[in-house]
Design a binder for this molecule. Structure first.
Ligand SMILES: [Zn+2]
Length: 302
């Protein structure tokens, strides 16, 4: 008798909570879009947990998966970091090369189960690896979109007083909305950072673009955090509320769900938008010819 599934055609929105067979059937018959939430293990001031960015990505991605029907891939927890994060206590950075390879392997592996469209939802400043990974995966025929929720939203100022930086009004609001039990607002302190150049040259996370300004990852705009930040905070977390977090999350979730709806509409289940697949590590297994001592499934003949 066929197994009764709890959640329509899947047991869970999470890939790792379903059996392999359920994940394969789901990609084949229901939805072959997969979401990968990524964040970082990084200190977030005295008041927020080191997993904040990963928890933020997971919190948003869970709601997107519920709303859109996309499958949710397990989050790798760790992320890559710009140079100024290195050496900061409480932060465990992956090198860009490590992170790029990690993202590539996860997408390749999920594709084996039949997933054809991939949305990476990041909650940490790591475009230096996600953009490279997306284009390397493109060469292998994997349709992958990577975005950082606050840059995707680009209207933080409708909700927030300040532009987003780190462990601040924005990130703490998400934390208060998504995992208040891990936040201690009694310990929240306003933080700073020494700007190397006037802030007009630099686009803050979530800020709209303007002439004569660079994305903050396009330059060495900041001093090493371990020496420059006393509390590991840039911005004012005291301005954070759960209500602001709820507004930011639901706005981001709606945009992601709309994006996935268009992908599902335009490229039906089973269709790879790129039309080819040339994976670095799996292609060979499709063409294996077993020798005469083995049967067609590679089992030693009696
Ligand atoms: Zn963060």
């Amino acid at each position: 008798m066929a197994k009764k599934l709890k959640l329509g055609n899947r047991d869970s929105i999470w890939f790792h909570e379903n059996s392999g067979k359920v994940n394969v059937e789901y990609a084949k018959n229901v939805c072959d879009v997969a979401i990968l939430p990524i964040g970082a293990i990084e200190q977030h001031g005295p008041h927020c947990p080191c997993g904040s960015d990963t928890f933020n990505a997971i919190g948003i991605a869970e709601k997107v998966a519920e709303k859109s029907g996309a499958m949710l891939l397990p989050s790798p927890m760790y992320g890559s970091h710009p140079y100024m994060h290195w050496g900061m206590e409480g932060t465990i950075p992956l090198k860009y090369e490590t992170h790029i390879a990690l993202l590539e392997d996860i997408i390749r592996g999920a594709a084996v189960a039949g997933y054809n469209k991939f949305i990476i939802i990041s909650a940490h400043g790591q475009v230096s690896s996600t953009i490279v990974a997306v284009h390397k995966l493109g060469l292998e025929g994997y349709f992958t979109l990577a975005s950082t929720w606050y840059d995707f939203l680009r209207d933080n100022k409708n909700v927030l007083e300040d532009y987003m930086w780190h462990a601040d009004e924005a990130e703490t609001s998400l934390a208060l909305h998504l995992y208040p039990e891990l936040v201690d607002m009694d310990l929240a302190v306003e933080g700073g950072g020494t700007p190397l150049l006037d802030s007009k040259w630099k686009i803050a996370p979530g800020e709209g673009t303007a002439p004569g300004s660079m994305y903050h990852f396009e330059g060495t705009f900041a001093l090493l955090e371990k020496d420059d930040l006393d509390e590991g905070v840039i911005g004012n977390p005291k301005k954070a509320t759960a209500e602001k977090g709820e507004k930011l999350v639901s706005a981001a979730v709606n945009y992601y769900a709309e994006l996935i709806e268009e992908i599902k509409e335009k490229y039906k289940c089973g269709v790879n938008p790129l039309g080819f697949r040339n994976p670095a590590s799996y292609a060979g297994t499709n063409n294996i010819q077993y020798d005469n001592d083995h049967d067609e499934k590679g089992r030693l003949k009696k």
